[in-house]
Design a protein around this ligand. Structure first.
Ligand SMILES: [Ca+2]
Ligand SMILES: [Ca+2]
Ligand SMILES: [Ca+2]
Ligand SMILES: [Ca+2]
Length: 458
């Protein structure tokens, strides 16, 4: 049996005690401004792929900049779907930090569309999630460049979704979250969304037809519902994707926001399924409280949410013939403020093989390279060759057949590494859900797209 040593992850300079003392919110007992409860402001970390109209030719309903187009995509569902029924608003992840002068980052399309060579499109996640996983990484790298990766829900604005032949699909978007083994969003919530450009969905935009493809040489197709053209003035597509990113399941009711796809119930050509029932409102509010960097505003005060997290992104495809599951995408470090629970996630770019045991190493340096275990001491523990020095914590997690089969944590003390208690490990899965119009080609089944391994210190 071959044991593949997957990754050595070095998380340097993450100071646990300093994080607690400086980031703990003040405790507030006050009535909020939504039915006497707090309003939750959920940040959206937008990226737009180059080649999508939002980047190349931004022009929707008077908005002519990429920033305004993207900002409007969370403002419309806030105003028209969420704020009154749920007490949830979506806000820019840039605004959250009052980062004046910053823009939502664009990134380059990693894969041209087959047969047309077009840039800005995304391969249908249901049939092949490789390009989606790469786009998540590239968006994260772009946010790392702004110093703010891991804030709220990551949302990627693309041109259109396509199949293997390069033909476009009647799919307006996808939403999902990183799930635990029970199928619920792991907390804090790691939410993801990918959305077709509003050029094709907002009413009144000139030329809403999809560009020509091999299966539609004259470019006559567009988004339709039950065979009729449909537009989406309230951005139900984004509202649905954000709800998925916070764990809300599908609800098969033509008036429900969580219906499989946008619906036109009154025949005016515009999507209008906005309903959220009481159970959905409760679930959304519970989830919103666990989105990283959510803000609440009882009596005009703003408090950060329960978690502080940071994502650090790695390059992709660094080695020839590197399978996605051996390619580290990013690491998340997080802290739950009330409990001091600390966790570290290693996210790879695909799904782990089922039968093969995979070994993940976590190396933590909390106080610099001058103090802690050196490479010789790490080698004695079985750590793969590394130049990482000054390790205070070295952990090994082995995963096989979808479960953690071994986890051990060693702490540096008095010139040696010694096993400790008080930790747990689990395998997590990013699962995406398509928002597909009724005659759409994609399956509505959940789509597992990538794995991550979490080490939690209690
Ligand atoms: Ca592409
Ligand atoms: Ca309608
Ligand atoms: Ca990598
Ligand atoms: Ca150290």
């Amino acid at each position: 049996m071959m044991l593949r040593r997957l990754l050595v992850v070095a998380v340097a300079g993450f100071s646990l005690s300093a994080g607690v003392s400086t980031l703990r919110p003040s405790v507030v007992f006050a009535s909020g401004n939504w039915n006497g409860q707090d309003t939750y402001h959920v940040p959206i970390s937008w990226c737009a792929v180059q080649g999508s109209p939002a980047v190349d030719n931004p022009n929707v309903a008077g908005d002519t900049t990429t920033n305004n187009i993207l900002w409007r995509r969370h403002e419309r569902p806030t105003d028209n779907i969420y704020v009154n029924p749920t007490g949830i608003t979506f806000r820019s992840a840039i605004n959250s930090f009052a980062m004046q002068g910053f823009s939502f980052p664009p990134f380059a399309d990693p894969t041209p569309t087959p047969n047309t060579g077009r840039l800005g499109d995304l391969r249908d996640i249901a049939s092949n999630p490789t390009e989606f996983n790469a786009m998540i990484n590239l968006c994260g790298q772009a946010w790392n460049g702004l110093g703010r990766a891991g804030v709220g829900i990551m949302a990627i604005n693309i041109n259109l979704f396509h199949n293997a032949a390069g033909d476009y699909l009647n799919t307006v978007g996808y939403g999902g979250c990183v799930q635990n083994a029970a199928g619920a969003c792991a907390v804090p919530i790691t939410g993801r969304a990918a959305l077709a450009d509003n050029h094709y969905l907002y009413p009144g935009v000139p030329n809403p037809n999809w560009p020509p493809t091999p299966g539609d040489l004259n470019g006559t197709k567009r988004f339709t519902a039950n065979g009729q053209p449909i537009t989406d003035p309230w951005d139900i597509a984004a509202g649905h994707a954000f709800a998925r990113a916070m764990g809300l399941p599908e609800r098969l009711n033509v008036f429900a926001l969580m219906m499989t796809a946008p619906q036109d119930n009154n025949g005016d050509g515009q999507a209008d399924n906005r309903n959220l029932n009481a159970a959905e409102v409760a679930a959304l509010r519970a989830a919103a409280a666990n989105v990283p960097h959510v803000e609440t505003d009882p009596q005009g005060q703003f408090d950060p949410g329960a978690f502080v997290t940071h994502e650090h992104y790695d390059g992709i495809a660094e080695f020839d013939n590197q399978p996605p599951y051996l390619d580290l995408s990013h690491v998340t470090a997080g802290l739950e403020l009330e409990t001091n629970r600390v966790f570290f996630d290693q996210h790879v770019l695909g799904l782990l093989p089922e039968e093969e045991p995979m070994e993940f190493w976590f190396l933590l340096d909390t106080d610099g390279a001058d103090f802690g275990a050196d490479p010789g001491l790490l080698a004695e523990l079985g750590v793969p060759e590394t130049h990482f020095e000054g390790v205070e914590l070295a952990a090994r997690v082995t995963v096989q057949d979808g479960v953690v089969t071994l986890a051990e944590v060693n702490r540096y003390a008095e010139g040696g590494l010694f096993p400790i208690d008080g930790y747990s490990a689990e395998l997590l899965t990013l699962v995406m859900h398509p928002i597909t119009l009724p005659e759409g080609e994609a399956e509505a089944a959940p789509i597992p797209v990538s794995h991550s391994v979490r080490l939690e210190l209690i």
